[in-house]
Design a protein around this ligand. Structure first.
Ligand SMILES: [Zn+2]
Length: 102
């Protein structure tokens, strides 16, 4: 599972899963977490770390999808964006990159 085509399919699946996770979060938070875990598993399988914009979508600690204004708080400093997960309190820190536009 390391061919380019597989990677491409894998990445598409990850995107879809994370989008689903966002959509079901309010009604089915457990299902939402399962989607995130699945997305991570696919990432490992195709040996590609998730691209940063996708990583930013969920909590690194409890794997909950993070929805701005609903279940996470955002702090922005000079160099970092910090997303504080309201479920576990974990601070997810991301570097602000010049060209990290989604
Ligand atoms: Zn969390």
């Amino acid at each position: 599972m390391t061919r380019e085509k597989d990677k491409k399919i894998g990445r598409e699946r990850i995107k879809i899963l994370l989008k689903e996770a966002e959509e079901v979060w309010e009604d089915k938070p457990e299902l939402s977490k399962r989607y995130v875990r699945l997305a991570e598993k696919i990432g490992q399988k195709i040996e590609t770390p998730l691209p940063t914009p996708l990583k930013k979508k969920y909590c690194d600690n409890c794997k909950q999808i993070l929805i701005d204004g609903k279940n996470c708080k955002i702090r922005i400093s000079k160099e970092n964006i910090v997303k504080i997960c309201e479920e576990c309190g974990y601070k997810n820190t991301y570097k602000i990159e010049e060209n990290s536009r989604v």
